[in-house]
Design a protein around this ligand. Structure first.
Ligand code: SAM
Length: 301
């Protein structure tokens, strides 16, 4: 109770109730991404109390559970058995059993088959509760030093070269900070592709071995990372945080970039003499992503 001393008593009681394990529920339990002490008290309680734990790699998870002296039965749920096993898990849940889903590391359903089980439970009306905790993507984003206000998660890029390049092509104009997962043996190829698509100057933070002894965040550029990994071997799991495109570049690319606002409006009036001035103002405001008043004021000056 001491850790929740800032909550009022009623709220604390509500939490106590919320933390009771309910039969027929799937619990998505986040596990550490390296540092065992990141497993939450709530996660421990759920993992100890559910009827069974579904895990991506039962050998890995058995080690985790034994570190905490948890002896809940384990079954496997991974990419290649997810269809059949998903149905089996759902049927146990429908009979009233409770299940905790864990993956090798981090938050289930982020770049792992948990997503499919949640969908299946949704279709069958089975309640799903998230027990939040570590997620490599968010941990890396917060360390990156890049804008965190708007970001997009891209997970792993395809291992098929063309598909990877096509995907990157769709991201060429992305203005939000981008988050990518990468394994060490594919890092150099991915950096080469990033160089080709985004250029050497684009900022890039490489976060590896997060929460572990050799945790490292390198805040550099795409070109800087390519050079560094020519000399150094990639080690450990990576999250790459890539700066989004500068919105000013968008402005420079448009056909009207050299026109002032009044010239932009006049262009439409000249092109279509029947067009009302107000309609031209609306069109220009939309194209420039500014308010109509701004365009109107510029035209009236
Ligand atoms: N569900 C997990 C999560 O919430 O982050 C991600 C699972 S995905 C199969 C595994 C990938 O996450 C790794 O290849 C790596 O890109 C990233 N990752 C996981 N743990 C990490 C760590 N300690 N440091 C850096 N990246 C990590």
């Amino acid at each position: 109770m001491s850790s929740i001393k800032n909550l009022d008593y009623e709220a604390a009681m509500e939490n106590t109730e919320k933390n009771q394990i309910v039969g027929g529920t799937l619990y998505l339990v986040a596990t550490p991404i390296g540092n065992l002490e990141d497993l939450s008290a709530r996660a421990l309680k759920i993992l100890s109390g559910v009827d069974f734990v579904a895990a991506e790699d039962t050998r890995n998870s058995a080690k985790l559970l034994s570190c905490f002296d948890i002896h809940t039965p384990l079954i496997s749920y991974f990419e290649h058995n997810k269809r059949m096993r998903g149905e089996e898990i759902a049927s146990k849940l429908l009979k009233g059993q409770s299940c905790a889903l864990i993956t090798d590391a981090g938050t289930p359903a982020i770049s792992d088959p948990g997503e499919d089980l949640v969908r299946l439970c949704g279709e069958k009306g089975i309640p799903v509760i998230s027990v939040p905790g570590c997620c490599a993507a968010i941990t890396a984003l917060t360390l990156s030093g890049l804008p965190t206000g708007r970001f997009c998660f891209e997970g792993f890029l395809s291992t098929v070269k063309n598909e990877r390049r096509e995907r990157l092509e769709t991201l060429r104009t992305e203005e939000r900070t981008m988050i990518l997962y990468e394994a060490p043996h594919k890092l150099r190829n991915t950096l080469d592709d990033l160089l080709e698509t985004f250029g050497a100057e684009r900022k890039l933070s490489l976060c590896r071995e997060l929460t572990k002894r050799n945790e490292e965040t390198m805040r550099t550029t795409v070109g800087g990372a390519v050079e560094y990994y020519k000399e150094n071997n990639p080690r450990g799991e990576y999250v790459l945080i890539l700066e989004g495109r500068d919105p000013k570049e968008r402005q420079n690319e448009v056909w009207w970039a050299e026109l002032s606002i009044p010239e932009h409006v006049q262009h439409y009036l000249d092109a279509d003499p029947s067009m009302k001035r107000l309609d031209a103002v609306k069109l220009v405001a939309k194209e420039r992503g500014v308010g109509r008043n701004e365009v109107y004021d510029a035209v009236m000056k």
